[in-house]
Design a protein around this ligand. Structure first.
Ligand SMILES: Cc1ncc(COP(=O)(O)O)c(C=O)c1O
Length: 431
């Protein structure tokens, strides 16, 4: 079937009338190449179908939550079984206790868990626990790092007061010296230091997890009596079956986890060390749907697969195959490609492409050939991807490189001028 986007265009027109901006948030395609579909109809395994029936091998994985493959049979069975018993009840089901036991058993630094819905719930809750524990005000975060969409952390300035961020202090992400300077400047009033396991920001090259930064963050927090919060909402269980910094011997006080734990069911968590238990018990946080049993049952099933299967090794193997294949194709076609960060979370930019004209053209060509790649956000591997999938992907990307090579570079369109400003800001953060 040839690629079309008629139904998607119709839906976008209807949406523009009844949904602000036609769509909002991180899944809006407003800044993406115009061929990218906004609306989808279904998904299975490594595949996703848009509303026009176009089939994609999907490397966005719902922006992270799809870890095992869409509609993983064991997770689906757990969801169905719990649905029949009930979901949102007058109190939590016994599954909540089982889930907390299992999560705590898997994360070497964690002694307790609290559940919520989105990553933002978990990171925001971490600020409250940290302030309750320390009685201090300042929250140190890496500049440009995404911790969610609440007023204290959303990247969009509209509707946000400077007072909302009055006690947020920024340091240069993943930079031990910059963190040390920020700690020194606010010594005596620091509640928490937030960090992500590695740099994985939109529009920027990623970094690898860095033991020097991890250990320095721990050391500075210990000296200062501040709470170390590791925000693993995006990276959890794609680097390790334990916490991401466990391999460095670094134990955060609090870890926010989201996206993957229910393999797509709405559930996130804040987990913590023993020294945080009293503060976590003292705060009031809740939500009408935080205790629903179906996502918790999905999470129990997902965590079991994480513990007992080779899903992580498969992610790594497929991620490596993809990276090597793309690198070879880029060389063969005479393009420079920057593929950064862990192979399980690929981020791809063209070299010498300051306005992303090459990246836009190439990813749009891939989309038209059934491969959903993102031009400026990190992507995600899932355990349903097979070698045959990667071969199919590489066939499509080879054609996309061919097509790109045939273009006059100076004539490639700049589809979204605002992207230029965002790239410039990202370059400033990286400088
Ligand atoms: C590191 C990090 N923290 C927090 C969040 C917020 O999570 P959510 O979108 O589920 O609120 C995200 C989302 O991408 C994230 O990547």
């Amino acid at each position: 079937m040839s690629w079309t986007n008629l139904r998607n265009s119709e839906l976008k027109e209807r949406a523009a009338r009844v949904i602000p901006g036609g769509m909002y948030g991180h899944e809006s395609t407003a800044l993406l190449p115009s061929d990218f579909p906004q609306f989808f109809q279904r998904a299975e395994g490594s595949r996703l179908w848009d509303v026009d029936g176009n089939e994609y091998i999907d490397f966005m994985c719902a922006y992270g939550p799809n870890l095992l493959g869409y509609r993983d049979p064991e997770v689906e069975a757990a969801v169905q079984a719990q649905m029949e018993r009930g979901d949102t009840l007058t109190g939590p089901s016994d599954v909540m206790v089982t889930l907390a036991e299992q999560l705590v058993g898997m994360l070497s630094h964690a002694e307790w868990a609290m559940f919520c819905k989105n990553g933002t719930d978990a990171t925001s809750m971490a600020t409250v626990v940290a302030r309750a524990h320390t009685g201090k005000r300042k929250i140190l975060v890496g500049r440009g790092v995404y911790h969610g969409a609440a007023p204290w952390c959303t990247p969009g300035p509209a509707g946000i007061l400077s007072e909302d961020r009055g006690h947020i202090v920024y340091y240069r992400d993943q930079d031990p010296q910059s963190l040390a300077d920020a700690v020194k400047a606010h010594a005596g009033d620091i509640a928490a230091v937030f960090a992500t396991p590695f740099r994985h920001e939109t529009f920027r090259d990623q970094s690898e997890p860095d033991p020097t930064f991890a250990r320095e963050a721990r050391r500075l927090c210990d000296i200062e009596g501040a709470v170390l919060v590791l925000d693993e909402v995006r990276a959890a269980f794609r680097l390790s079956r334990d916490g991401a910094w466990a391999a460095f011997g670094v134990r955060p006080d609090l870890t926010s986890i989201g996206k993957v734990i229910g393999n797509g069911q709405p559930i996130s968590a804040l987990v913590g060390a023993e020294n945080m238990r009293n503060a976590a018990s003292s705060i009031f946080v809740t939500g009408s749907f935080w205790f629903s049993a179906v996502p918790m049952a999905a999470a129990v099933a997902t965590l079991k697969i994480i513990r007992e299967s080779d899903y992580l090794e498969r992610l790594e193997r497929m991620g490596q195959l993809l990276r090597e294949g793309l690198a070879a194709q880029a060389v063969a076609h005479g393009f420079g490609l920057r593929q950064t960060g862990p192979v399980t979370m690929p981020q791809i930019f063209f070299a010498d492409d300051p306005e992303m004209r090459l990246g836009y053209f190439w990813t749009a060509a891939a989309v038209r050939r059934g491969v959903y790649l993102h031009p400026y956000h990190n992507m995600f591997m899932n355990a349903a991807l097979s070698e045959a999938d990667i071969a199919q992907v590489l066939q499509a990307t080879d054609e996309a490189f061919d097509l790109l090579k045939a273009q006059d570079r100076t004539q490639l369109p700049l589809e979204h001028p605002p992207v230029r400003g965002r790239l410039e800001r990202a370059a400033l953060l990286s400088a």
